[in-house]
Design a protein around this ligand. Structure first.
Ligand code: BG6
Length: 469
């Protein structure tokens, strides 16, 4: 971790969708917590002036999280705006001027990756890359080769310690809690391995479609959009060994080891689906073969996990919006009737609320020797004062803490795993909106005991209770 704080934030793509939905609310949050005191220079080509830019910030906050009058006033005072083309050196001269006095700016590229090269080169030429950091948005590349090329471009002007590749899932506390829960509890370690765990499944379900992002989505698809990044991060948190220290490099070393232990995905371990009606979405090709759902199986061939299948599925227009992990245990040797037993499980819910639940078999009510599964549940809804993922990652990047960012080797390993199937012409199956993907999933990529579909729950705050599953 470099021990300086960025003394200015320059963000490219300042009039874009991401800025509107996520970045202004994150900046306001940082201000409220005293984590932002430096100039914020928005850059875009919209023909705007500073007043229009401030109005956009206000509008964004009204729609996304609410305006805090005092914080907004401070934010307005910090905002600067540079209008111009990214290929024009004059734009970068204007940025340079706004950066007068700043030694360590952070440049946030909230722009399509095809523009990274142009912007980074211009930053270097204008002298603004010196002593600076660069923060880049996902998707980081399109496949392994393009990710390597992006890394080459960034490294021409920034050292790896100055590059922050955002995966906002890493800014989510429930995602980090998976690691904390594993390593802060003595009872976890003895069973968290191939001797006791039979399979692990990770589901990221969204009950909405592409929400006007058809053009982006049709170039991307589910595997690139959320599996190669967000869900692999969860996979690493589940599979990693305890880091010997908690500095960012040691933690990231352990994560990348998980990916290194996974072989490239085989086409027989993948089912891709597309919801009916996707091809009629704006920006989507009428004969699109892009997936809006994917289910796959990988194995971490480590001492701890060899032989344990990890199943991952994600999709749009599924029945609920929920991200959840379910680990099933091996069955105990039976002393009671086999049919009275079910597998124990451990369930981590990442969103909408954070839940950790342990599923166990108990005697069902009545006189017969019949088992039933109950869950011991600990659950917490996000608190209004909690940091949003974007606030956390932006603040950390400006403080120079790389722990929650994807390192070069990690990104390339993640692409290595999915690269072969992205290049192969794999079948695509249609599914109805509101279904759990195409029915082929259950035939081709299905854990022993089947997929467990997350159900929307309405639990009270951090209740510790026993409930019938
Ligand atoms: C983004 C994807 O990275 O993550 C979206 O591009 C997805 O398609 C989103 O909907 C989910 O993030 P969150 O924080 O809303 O769960």
């Amino acid at each position: 971790m470099s021990n300086f704080h960025s003394d200015a934030l320059v963000f490219f793509g300042a009039t874009g969708d991401l800025a509107y939905k996520k970045i202004f609310p994150a900046l306001q949050g940082m201000l409220r917590r005293g984590r932002l005191e430096v100039p914020v220079i928005g850059v875009a080509k919209a023909g705007w002036d500073l007043e229009q830019f401030r109005a956009r910030a206000h509008d964004s906050l009204e729609k996304h999280g609410g305006v805090d009058a005092a914080a907004f006033e401070k934010l307005s005072g910090l905002l600067r705006y540079v209008d111009g083309d990214y290929t024009d050196p004059a734009t970068f001269q204007a940025i340079r001027k706004e950066l007068t006095g700043a030694q360590h700016p952070a440049h946030y590229l909230a722009i399509p990756p095809v523009l990274f090269g142009t912007v980074v080169e211009q930053l270097a030429k204008s002298g603004s890359a010196q002593g600076a950091r660069v923060i880049v948005e996902k998707p980081f590349g399109h496949d392994l080769a393009s990710a390597q090329e992006l890394n080459r471009i960034l490294h021409a002007s920034f050292p790896e310690s100055g590059i922050f590749r955002i995966d906002h899932y890493l800014g989510k506390r429930p995602v980090n809690n998976v690691v904390v829960f594993r390593f802060a509890n003595a009872f976890m370690e003895p069973f968290w391995n191939r001797n006791y765990i039979d399979s692990v499944q990770i589901t990221m379900a969204e009950d909405f479609g592409v929400q006007g992002r058809g053009a982006f989505y049709d170039q991307t698809g589910t595997i690139r959009d959320v599996i190669q990044n967000h869900l692999f991060q969860i996979l690493c948190n589940l599979g990693m060994e305890p880091p010997v220290r908690i500095d960012s490099e040691t933690v990231r070393d352990e994560k990348v080891k998980v990916l290194k232990a996974i072989r490239p995905l085989e086409v027989t371990n993948l089912v891709r689906g597309q919801f009916k009606g996707y091809r009629q979405e704006k920006g989507v090709a009428p004969d699109s073969k892009m997936e809006t759902f994917a289910a796959l199986r990988v194995e971490i061939e480590s001492w701890r996990w060899k032989g344990v299948p990890f199943y991952i599925r994600a999709g749009k227009n599924l029945p609920v919006t929920c991200t959840e992990v379910l680990a099933r245990f091996r069955k105990p040797p039976s002393v009671v009737r086999e049919d009275a037993l079910s597998r124990n499980h451990l369930r981590f819910r990442i969103s909408p609320e954070m839940t950790i639940a342990m599923g166990a078999t108990v005697m069902a009510p009545g006189e017969a020797l019949v088992g039933e599964t109950v869950e011991m549940v600990a659950s917490r809804h996000p608190r209004p004062e909690e940091m949003e993922a974007y606030e956390r990652v932006l603040g950390d990047a400006m403080a120079g803490d790389t722990t929650l960012f994807a390192r070069q080797d990690y990104v390339e390993e993640a692409w290595r795993i999915v690269d072969p199937v992205l290049k192969a012409d794999t079948p695509l199956y249609e599914y109805e909106k509101g279904a759990w993907g195409p029915s082929e999933v259950d035939k081709i990529v299905s854990p022993a005991g089947g997929w467990q579909n997350p159900i929307a729950t309405d639990q009270e705050d951090f209740r510790v209770a026993t409930q019938v599953a």
